[in-house]
Design a protein around this ligand. Structure first.
Ligand code: AMP
Ligand code: TRP
Length: 344
């Protein structure tokens, strides 16, 4: 009889790289969605520390950013009783699976990746790891049998590549080992940064960190460069970073008020910046900032969450890998264990 999948919860999976402080683009592009989804399905979220090694090559920095990303998630409302949060490298089988996927993946597919080209154009070293990155991301998605992958716009092509790789693998080994995942975009899939392009961890000047110190955030917001139009002059809100960010944090009616003020004239840049600043404080200050500070005081609590999450994630990964070993002819985990324990 065919398996009845109608009652199976949807599995959501996503990762963020610990390559800098998490910012408003991460939050409105992905993390807010991740946290909402914890009430709608099975959620697997991880800190992609293997991926970050393509840009962060400093052990202390990597550990610090990994802790900060996990602490930010928890302060923003991720509930470990509902969603798994773990470190990518605590399930090292993903790196093994990435290799196996690479053996069935054509160079042509990899060469079409925009993100590789964009990163190299921005000055990131064109290492083999950076090029291989979509294969590791595909392994992350496939190893946990994910149905849906909530991400920002920049990751959609990687999910398409993952679907291709899953298909190549199933075809090459004549077995439906992997199911094909789907990307899910948030309402803000491409948040603009303070320097004009996309808000991105690799450009510190472009970001507003979610949990930056109030003085730093104030400096960043008040320092946003604008044209020299006076208060009374009409202005185009559509390309205006102050309004675009305000729209994310304010209620719809408040955002409409600022938009109208810009279009008709009467809304000055200075006042708009102050409105943005006060909304940012309202949303991310107060209780959330307090909760985030507590994580710094009790790092063991964060570590416990990550370990418990990885233990559960690893069990799922191990089941998938067993099927992968069988399909490919690699030795099963039982044989591996016998090898590892022999003579000890
Ligand atoms: P990263 O910082 O590259 O690890 O991204 C983590 C998640 O945030 C991914 O789902 C990205 O697509 C998303 N993301 C990163 N920057 C932005 C942005 N400027 N706008 C929307 N989503 C973003
Ligand atoms: N590449 C993603 C990013 O830079 C992070 C990531 C790694 C990821 N593995 C993933 C996202 C799997 C979704 C699914 O944002």
């Amino acid at each position: 009889m065919p398996e009845d999948n109608s009652k199976k919860p949807i599995r959501y999976l996503s990762g963020v790289q610990p390559s800098g402080r998490l910012h408003l683009g991460n939050y409105f592009g992905a993390i807010r969605n991740h946290i909402r989804l914890q009430d709608q399905g099975e959620c697997f979220y991880f800190i992609a520390n293997y991926h970050s090694l393509t840009t962060v090559q400093d052990a202390e920095q990597l550990k610090k950013f990994t802790f900060m990303a996990a602490a930010d998630y928890l302060a923003l409302g991720l509930d470990p009783a509902k969603a798994l949060l773990f470190r990518q490298s605590d399930v090292p089988e993903v790196a093994e699976l990435a290799w196996l996927l690479s053996t069935v993946t054509g160079m042509g597919l990899m060469e079409r990746a925009h993100s590789y080209k964009d990163k190299v154009a921005r000055g990131i070293a064109p290492s083999l790891g950076l090029f291989f990155y979509p294969a590791l991301m595909a392994a992350d998605i496939l190893i946990y049998r994910s149905d849906k992958v909530p991400v920002g716009q920049d990751q959609i092509q990687h999910i398409e590549m993952c679907r291709d790789m899953a298909g190549y693998f199933n075809h090459a080994f004549q077995k439906e080992v992997f199911k094909l995942p789907e990307g899910v975009l948030s309402e803000a899939p491409k948040v603009m940064g303070l320097t004009g392009g996309k808000m991105s961890k690799s450009d510190e000047a472009s970001v507003i960190p979610i949990f930056g110190e109030p003085a730093e955030i104030k400096k960043k917001v008040m320092g946003i460069v604008t044209d020299s139009k006076g208060v009374a002059e009409p202005k185009d809100p559509d390309q205006n970073i102050i309004y675009l960010l305000y729209r994310l944090v304010a209620a719809p009616g408040e955002a409409a008020g600022m938009e109208k003020g810009f279009r008709q004239g009467g809304m000055g840049y200075g006042d708009a910046k102050k409105m943005l600043l006060s909304k940012l404080e309202e949303v991310f200050g107060g209780e959330r900032r307090e909760k985030r500070k507590k994580m710094d005081e009790k790092p063991d609590l964060v570590e416990d969450v990550l370990v418990a999450g990885a233990q559960r994630a690893r069990r799922t990964a191990a089941r998938t890998m067993e099927q992968v070993y069988e399909a490919t002819g690699l030795p099963s985990s039982k044989i591996k264990k016998a090898v590892w324990t022999a003579g000890t």
